[in-house]
Design a protein around this ligand. Sequence first.
Ligand code: 4AD
Ligand code: MG
Length: 478
Amino acid sequence: MSALHQLRIADWLKTTPTGQTITVSGWVRTKRGNKDIAFVALSDGSTINTLQIVAELVNFDEEIIKKIQTGCSLRVTGALVASQGAGQTVDLQAQKIEILGEADAEKFPLQKKKHTLEFLREIAHLRPRTNTFGAILRIRHALAFAIHKYFNDHHFYYIHAPIITGSDAEGAGEMFRVSTIDPQNPPKTGNGEIDYSQDFFGKSANLTVSGQLESELAAMALSRVYTFGPTFRAENSNTARHLAEFWMIEPEMAFFELTDNMDLAEDFLQYLIKYAMEHCADDLVFLEKRLIEEESQLKKEDRNPMPLLEKLKFVSETAFERITYTEAVAILEKSGRKFEFPVKWGIDLQSEHERYLVEKHFKKPVILTNYPKDIKAFYMKLDEDGKTVRAMDVLFPGIGEIIGGSQREEDYEKLSKRIDEMGIHRESLWWYLETRQYGTVPHSGFGLGFERLVLFVTGMGNIRDVIPFPRTPKNLEF
Ligand code: 4AD
Ligand code: MG
């Protein structure tokens, strides 16, 4: 049978065993036994659970049995039978064992003992073989799939925004340069600066920080669109919430105002959490147990107030609190808390402020709206007061900001003025401005940080552990 149609361990574990002959392939997690029999736990990554292979030693060459060690890969044919032992429902009574790839268990970096997440980051090429990372990668996949499904079901079109760009969408200037100029001998302009007109694109180019501007262009024709791609930020923030390369989901909708945008964000997040609970139950139960074990070392006030699954259920069923930035500042000022960054109207809220609102004050997700214009991007729609913009950030427990978005300024004159006020090079945005001259409409959108979502759903503590190969300052292995 073609490998394509072969059943996986996940499928066999759900099958009624009748002694049928089956073949499975995978990696050995553990081997135990005695002089007569060996029990091998085999994983093929299709589930958190392993298939128990039972090998009666008389039936096999001694050499083969010796080579079965943690980390090696096998193909096994045998009879699927009801298990005699506790802990599993079926066993595979091995008739034929083929060693595909040997591994010396003593040298294999993944030992049976528990490894720290920090150590596992140093062996990111092997960590998918651990239970924890297997679970995270399956959940990550399920969420990515659910995102496309949600949008398809709601009539959004998937737009591929470019990764190399000549503009700075967020105006924050934290971009990675893309260039083929010889660093030893760069062409110079008359005043001694590097002459990017001689570079590959004939101008200075960067990796994108957001696909938003391009998705706005598409929304002005297709009404509802979204991007889902890698984005890059050269911000030197070595935190548990920041990556230099992360994936962002950016829906953009014509005819949506800020409230519609909030309704979408809330419905979308709740759908994704429910989808994971429904499709990744085994993995989530495993991660919940892991977390409880890990937190048992901590003081009570440092532990998560709810076990993982209860938290997911709660957030997926509870209406998010919606308040303005101005109301939030008043709550923070009245809180009597001594924050590291003192609060006053106009400041950019820090994670300590966001987490106070979500975890201590409201005890549920919060959508903060109408931020001061000076701390937000140029494209956000100005409020009537001229001081705030129609921004919205969704704040989650344990995470802080998970979504950032806004209604967009659709008025040509007002947008033009903001671009000039903020000192943005308007020539590089002529095409963006032009959409406001031809058939402009009210529109809105947001960006969901994919890894922050995976962080929330898996209950993990560090964003480096929810992406296969994290990119962070001074870290580019693998
Ligand atoms: O708030 P941000 O910067 O918004 C935008 O980029 C808009 N263009 C989105 C839009 O309206 N279409 O980023 C959006 C989200 C944040 O809320 C956060 O979840 C995530 O992207 N994010 C990061 N995730 C990981 N590492 C980083 N360095 C991140 N920076 C932002
Ligand atoms: Mg933001």
